[in-house]
Ligand binder design. Sequence first.
Ligand code: SAM
Length: 301
Amino acid sequence: MKKALFLPAFASAALLALAAAAPAQDLSLNWNQYRGFDVPFVPTPPEVVDEMLRLAGLKPGDVLYDLGCGDGRIVIAAAKRYGVKALGIDIDPVRIQESEENAVQAGLEGKVKFIQQDLFEADFHDATVVTMYLLTSVNLRLRPKLLSELRPGTRLVSHSFDMGEWRPDKTSLVETSYGDRRDVHFWVVPANVSGRWEWDLPDGAGKRHFTVQAVQEFQSVSASGTEGTWLAAVKDVVLAGDRISFKLDTEADGKMASFLYEGTVRGDAIEGTVRPADRPKAAPVKWKAVRDPKTAVPIAK
Ligand SMILES: C[S@@+](CC[C@H](N)C(=O)[O-])C[C@H]1O[C@@H](n2cnc3c(N)ncnc32)[C@H](O)[C@@H]1O
């Protein structure tokens, strides 16, 4: 991977943003020492670490990776406070050594892992949570890897920097002890539901055939459908990781009615239930939709 040279980009708005987000004492660092890295070492203030871990919603069984882990503070806080498996990746051997020393001091020797590697070459597909304090330009280069290698439902948290057109699912604003405010952005990696889906539902002695064509931009999905030869409006599509819900309007007992579909996406299948949207207590009917794999489009842009 060709590296973005750090120093020539010094005047870029993104880099100035990182510098502005750094506490005053860090700006006296010798920036030259970070030549060849994608981002210099600027630590996340403790109150921002707290908010990043809160937004991540850490729970037992989670596996957290901090990409560009610096002195290991996010990894150490996650392991110590939430008891989750936590790993850090940093390109700079000085940072890895510092992280390891800090882990020993925190009583976490052997309980956290630090890997010296370029994050663009690292394998972190088993993550359930990924934290970052990089730059928007770096996040954008990383975005296709995040979207194609991480499982749907993986949570991403970024200090200060966003992901361009992939809008965050949540953003918090944190006041720091340096007297400034930092954004903390949160995303859930969406399943890829683009393409043409088909299913049947029982109808008396027969069945009804449905087709839905879905267009997806990150977590945002729009769709249109047919039931047999009739158009069927698809509304209120919500995609959160591998969970999807939508309403589909169709004829029932001679009237138009809206049906609520809810399911879990597993590759080219969605399995779940369907029931009348206005009757939440109605017994749900099992539903399974299947996609023609040739119609799916990568969402990793
Ligand atoms: C802004 S610091 C963030 C440190 C830590 N995550 C935190 O929030 O306190 C960015 C870190 O990314 C590391 N880094 C820069 N380019 C990298 C790359 N290509 N692969 C892995 N780490 C990288 C730097 O060495 C630095 O420690």
